[in-house]
Design a protein around this ligand. Sequence first.
Ligand code: NAP
Length: 279
Amino acid sequence: MSTLIDGKAVAAKLKEQLANEVSSMSKKPGLAVILVGDDPASHVYVRNKIKACEAVGIQSYETRLPEDATQQDVEEAITAFNNNADVNGILLQLPVPKHLDSDALVQMIDPAKDVDGLSFINQGKLVAGDKSGLVPCTPQGSLMLIKEIEQDLSGKSAVVIGRSLLFGKPMAQLLLAENCTITTAHSRTQNLEEVCKQADILVAAVGRAKMVKASWVKDGAIVIDVGINRQDDGKLCGDVDFDEVKDVAGAITPVPGGVGPMTIACLLANTVQAAKNQH
Ligand code: NAP
């Protein structure tokens, strides 16, 4: 039986540290969320983010726009927050309605306030190893969970399944910066099972329920499950078949309660970081 990596506990510890840090700052950091449309899941995410901000003393700001908001409406909301000195971080809740060009909107956010780390400037800094950038929250949180188990990752073989800008690519960069030997797998990867079986650290971010089976996992590997999938019975599960893999892995994150809580905690950490950089 493997070690269960408790993301909730690690996130709680991080939030406590942030609350202490914020209490000693002369000005409260501010995080602005822009929410476009009626997607119920996005509304829940935004509510949770605002609650988490309040709990650590970050001031939250919110602009809600209707489903039929134009590109210009959203651009104006972003510009207003870019120009507001009380706002240190800006988050455009994704996905936005299909008629909007979300890439163009994300790139409009001032890179100094881009707490999602998706601007080309912040992505470029990550690739260049420039530590002054803001790193996407979910990969940042996933690395923290890996480091709960193993501090020195140098020379480890790491496989990341998924190559999205939001997760897979920045995750691979973070592991490369830790001197891992990296493989990024995706939908065209051949012999995925064999590729995964080489990994000392296996990170799955695909969006396919229970895809990673015990036979894919090296004995003792650290397994990080980023996937969030809704099953027929309404329950959430990850991309890893937890019940099987827990008997092979050295350590594993559950879903829920693994990577998810770290994403919000790292969003708060990025907001505090952005505020310190701006002050
Ligand atoms: P995404 O943009 O849809 O990317 C999915 C990746 O998986 C793509 O690179 C795709 O390859 C690859 N893929 C699809 N089918 C595959 C297969 N059969 N074999 C191997 N690779 C395959 O998704 P994402 O935004 O990265 O998110 C991935 C998952 O993580 C989702 O379940 C999402 O809900 C979850 N997530 C969770 C959090 C959190 O806070 N816990 C945050 C972000 C995302 P191609 O590039 O070749 O298409």
